[in-house]
Design a protein around this ligand. Structure first.
Ligand code: C2E
Ligand code: MG
Ligand code: MG
Ligand code: MG
Length: 292
């Protein structure tokens, strides 16, 4: 009996792998049509300034609205796009769409909202990336300071020569540059200070952990202090609770993103959030006004 049970669970495991494999093959085959079929969607997650209690911008996060398989998260298709080289076309679409959204907000009277776009490490292997982006944004006619790029430390370290060229080009053109998922790679702030970066985004795993783990709290506190002494602003990713928010305020963290304020939502929904800003301001500033 034991043996057959073993076989059944083995077969189940096998089927699971098969299913995942078939899904992967299907996504890979259909991805290149996603752009022309208009199936890609750009969501926006607000970034909050912790001093002003204001939405100062958003991070653009891609999804694939597949006609049969439903909403597919980026972690399921960005790696495939990276392997097939299709990532460059996806990135062009993301930059184009983000620029359109920025000019919409500008013309609708919301002022210049900053949008951060994620760039893949693979794209950093191409030294022409910087000039391509500059050209695209020029065509869109928006202020360059309205667009920011998020890059992981690994992207910089792995393609050091082309990354140096690209980062200097983008920074001289006026774009903001953030280090994404900071703390998960192998590089250090003292190494990164050789690059023209403006912001550090502390990885969500440290924010999630700090309530239980005093070592995570120490890491968060050290990253904030060190970034500030290097003239870098700090953004905390993945803030889900009020307790985490208060801790970050105590440490003088500059900005936050997370489900506590909003999940990534459609452009329409994030625009609606912009008009309900007082709720956010109250949540952030209540703290400063409380008698201690
Ligand atoms: P990332 O750039 O580090 O983005 C942060 C991820 O954390 C997003 O997942 C976001 O939805 C999620 N998140 C934000 N706040 C919270 C929170 O409070 N709690 C939790 N549990 N999660 C939170 P998402 O949208 O699934 O994106 C995953 C990754 O996919 C991104 O990580 C980024 O590396 C990549 N990605 C997304 N859009 C693009 C894109 O347009 N181009 C490229 N190259 N990569 C992208
Ligand atoms: Mg990011
Ligand atoms: Mg991140
Ligand atoms: Mg990430």
């Amino acid at each position: 009996a034991k043996l057959s049970q073993g076989r059944t669970s083995f077969r189940f495991y096998d089927d699971e792998i098969n299913k995942r494999y078939r899904r992967r093959i299907r996504l890979e085959a259909e991805l290149h049509r996603a752009v022309e079929r208009n199936e890609l969607v750009l969501c926006y997650q607000p970034k909050i300034d912790l001093k002003k209690g204001k939405i100062i911008g958003m991070e653009a996060l891609i999804r694939w609205q597949h006609p049969q398989l439903g909403m597919i998260p980026p972690d399921d298709f960005i790696p495939l796009a990276e392997q097939t080289g299709f990532i460059e076309e996806i990135s062009r679409w993301v930059v184009y769409t983000a620029c359109q959204q920025i000019s919409y907000w500008q013309s609708a009277g919301y002022g210049t909202l900053n949008v951060a776009v994620n760039l893949s490490p693979i794209e950093f292997q191409n030294p022409l990336l910087g000039s391509k982006i500059i050209e695209m944004v020029q065509d869109a006619g928006i202020a360059r300071c309205a667009l920011e790029f998020e890059i992981t430390e690994t992207a910089v370290v792995k393609s050091i020569d082309s990354a140096t060229v690209i980062l200097h080009q983008l920074s001289e053109a006026g774009f903001g540059l953030s280090v994404d998922d900071f703390g998960t790679g192998y590089s250090s702030l003292s190494y990164l200070k050789g690059f023209p970066l403006s912001k550090v985004k502390i990885d969500r795993s440290f924010i999630t952990g700090f309530v239980e783990s005093s070592s995570d709290a120490a890491i968060v506190s050290a990253i904030i202090a060190m970034s500030h002494s290097l003239g870098l602003k700090v953004v905390a990713e993945g803030v889900e609770t009020l307790e985490q928010l208060r801790f970050l305020q105590d440490l003088q963290c500059d900005e936050m993103q997370g489900y506590l304020i909003s999940k990534p939502v459609s452009a329409g929904e994030v625009t609606a959030l912009l008009s309900r800003e007082t709720d956010i301001r109250n949540l952030i500033t209540d703290y400063h006004n409380q008698p201690s």
